[in-house]
Design a protein around this ligand. Structure first.
Ligand code: G6P
Length: 456
């Protein structure tokens, strides 16, 4: 790796815990840390608070360059345009995206600020690698200030079909912003194709084959690069005596049910948690008289709690959990265990180890790493993964039981099938899934993305 790399992302890879900076958990940070350390790289991002930001500092051998956001910008840029407009629009408009000019303007201003700080952080021939939907104008803005660097962009969420993207009043500006990059990378083939179509229609780009665009005399490469996890890390933790013991304890705490179902999601309307609960209720309905056979654990990680749609969703889900437990529970026992919190990694892995059936049923999801984490933790090749056809992971994890999460009865049926699957079939499927998550880890992902940028 010869060039320096500057990652430009909405959030820094560190957060302030009141006393010191701590590295945030997650695969992206884990994968990029060693790469950035090696090349003396920097990371430009928001520290998660409003108001002034500290000056540049070093953490774990990586230069951190905090971007300040004012109170109003947190409301209008982060909650407003990023999470009230782009997030629902890019996830199949599962709730209606809001289009407000007073959110668009701060989106532009804040993107310009990221571009400016990134421009000050790079030297000639460096690579600036811009991440995700919050910063789609940054490639173009950065190129306008510095044309002596290579610019990459990675979209972690889906790029929507043109019929949906077309609704956006600022579609041309976003496409032009993205086309400022030299390489644009996406999670799935579908996203690559959707973007290419939108770039031709709204940006006047021309396709050269399926993976290249020509625009304003420049060539822009398109790449499919599905993000992944540090598989070995999950495997090691899943194997540890502490986790194994905790998994046995959990099974016992869950009433020694014959079949433990598990859902783990940020509490987000794209994740299909409410429909999943209905499907589980359907399964309980089919098994009246055998209530203690099934236990369902839903871990819902708090997220974007200031947005009304997330508050409503939380209350709907909590009502459903209450209804199901009221209808099917018994004194001292409830079929649904609902945890509204994030878990420590080892505790989460103990749940993966304890669960017989993992339910990953989003209505739309860029990738979904929970599906990959579950597979990585199934060391004895047992366990069944039920996976939505609308998760990016479904392009790779073909041996899962693939479902349409909108089909409540269909998912109930697949849940039943999962509990009755012959052991040999379950093992064969899990073995195929494990082969994929072992071969394609987050380190290969980072290597492939950066290799593409390095060769330009
Ligand atoms: C998704 C997005 C990320 C985002 C994360 C958490 O995975 O692709 O860019 O950081 O959700 O959301 P938050 O709004 O808390 O950063």
């Amino acid at each position: 790796m010869k060039s320096r790399i500057v990652v430009v992302a909405n959030r820094l890879p560190v957060s302030w815990d009141g006393e010191r900076w701590v590295t945030s958990p997650g695969g992206l940070v884990r994968a990029l840390e060693p790469v950035l350390q090696k090349v003396n790289g920097s990371w430009v991002g928001w520290a998660g608070n409003s108001g002034d930001a500290p000056g540049p500092f070093e953490h774990d051998g990586i230069e951190q360059r905090p971007v300040p956001l004012s109170n109003d910008e947190v409301d209008d840029f982060y909650y407003g345009f990023c999470n009230g407009t782009l997030w629902p629009l890019y996830h199949d408009a599962v709730i209606s995206p809001e289009f407000h000019r007073h959110h668009w303007r701060p989106y532009r201003t804040v993107n310009q600020r990221y571009a400016q700080i990134a421009a000050e952080s790079v030297e000639p021939d460096d690579i600036a690698w811009v991440q995700d939907y919050q910063l789609q104008l940054v490639p173009g803005m950065l190129r306008a200030i510095r044309d002596d660097i290579t610019i990459g962009f990675y979209l972690h969420i889906p790029f929507p079909p043109i019929e949906l993207f077309a609704r956006l009043p600022w579609r041309r500006q976003l496409i032009e912003g993205l086309l400022g990059a030299d390489v644009l990378a996406f999670q799935t083939r579908a996203s690559v194709a959707n973007f290419a179509r939108a770039a031709r229609r709204f940006g006047g780009a021309e396709s050269v084959g399926r993976r290249e665009l020509k625009w304003q005399g420049r060539s822009i490469k398109l790449q499919r690069a599905p993000i992944a996890i540090d598989t070995a890390h999950f495997e090691t933790l899943a194997r540890s005596e502490g986790v194994q013991r905790r998994a046995r304890e959990l099974r016992h705490e869950l009433g020694d049910a014959t079949h433990i179902f598990l859902g783990v999601d940020r509490l987000d309307y794209t994740k299909g948690i409410d429909l999943r609960l209905k499907s589980f209720a359907g399964l309980l309905d089919q098994n009246v008289g055998l209530p203690r056979r099934y236990a369902f654990v839903q871990v819902a990680v708090p997220s974007r709690e200031n947005v009304p749609a997330y508050q409503e969703l939380r209350s709907d889900i909590e009502q459903s959990v209450g209804r199901i437990n009221g209808d099917y529970g018994e004194p001292g026992w409830s079929p649904v265990s609902y945890l509204y919190r994030s878990l420590e990694l080892e505790e989460l892995i103990a749940y993966y180890v304890a669960a017989d059936v993992m339910l990953v049923t989003p209505l739309r999801d860029g990738m979904n790493l929970v599906a990959k984490e579950y597979v990585a933790c199934r060391r004895n090749r047992s366990g069944v993964l039920v996976l939505s056809e609308f998760a990016g992971a479904a392009e790779q994890l073909r041996a899962a039981l693939i479902v349409n999460p909108h089909d409540v009865d269909g998912v109930t049926e697949v849940m039943r099938q999962a509990t009755e699957m012959p052991e040999a079939e379950a093992r064969a499927r899990m073995q195929r899934l494990r082969r994929t998550v072992r071969r394609e880890t987050v380190f290969e992902w980072a290597r492939d993305c950066l290799a593409m940028l390095e060769t330009l």
